[in-house]
Design a protein around this ligand. Sequence first.
Ligand code: UDP
Length: 241
Amino acid sequence: MKKRMSLQGFPVDIISYSSALDFVKNALDNGENLQIVTINPEMIQEAKKNKEFANVLHHSELVVADGIGIKLALKLKGVNQERISGVDFSRSLITYCAQNNLKLALLGAKDEVISTLVDKLKHEFKNINIVFSQNGYYEDENVLLQNIKDSHPHVLLCALGSPKQEFLIYRLKEMLQGCVMIGVGGSFDVFAGFVKRAPAIWQKLGLEWLYRVIRQPERFKRIFPTLPIFLFQSIIDSVKR
Ligand code: UDP
């Protein structure tokens, strides 16, 4: 169903969007924990410097390709992988929870964002069962983890930005049972309507990153020089092959 490949020493799963969803459903049916990472070039560059983060990536059960950078790097290895973005995938997970009466936990973003999101979801899905929701600016991580544990979620969407969200999920994996957890970055800001997502045509052309940089110029320093370095390394790797 999925084939794990290595990109500059880090895992990426070759899997279709629908198979990734089936993978999640299967884990939920079997009561397994699952850490899902939507990987991008910035995360790979971070993992090269940060051994603990690298360890988390290596122990994640599902690592999906988010963004054009990863798609291109895979293409250089002769692999066509569709993009699986955190925004789309977490949207599918929310819908699945609502349709199957599964317990959903939401952690992250600013207070006004998370409360708007909860209201929106309750309005959109009459049967949604949100057992936990909290903004991402907490003080005591141990208290937070215990509160999440006590809510017994089936699915946790964690929107703290990377690598914070991946570290938190990694800790939670030791505490929970039968929970699918995914780091979704800035998705709550998009869902709640505080940040506008790139129009479909920009997404289709693989230019969502450019759209985000134009709207939030402070993002520039996050992708430059990280993205070109990553792509350059990917080209070197493909030539070495
Ligand atoms: N955030 C948070 N707690 C923190 C730091 C960040 O909840 O301590 C939230 C922030 O409000 C935003 C998200 O994490 O909603 C990070 O969004 P960003 O666009 O940086 O993530 P990306 O999608 O680029 O990974």
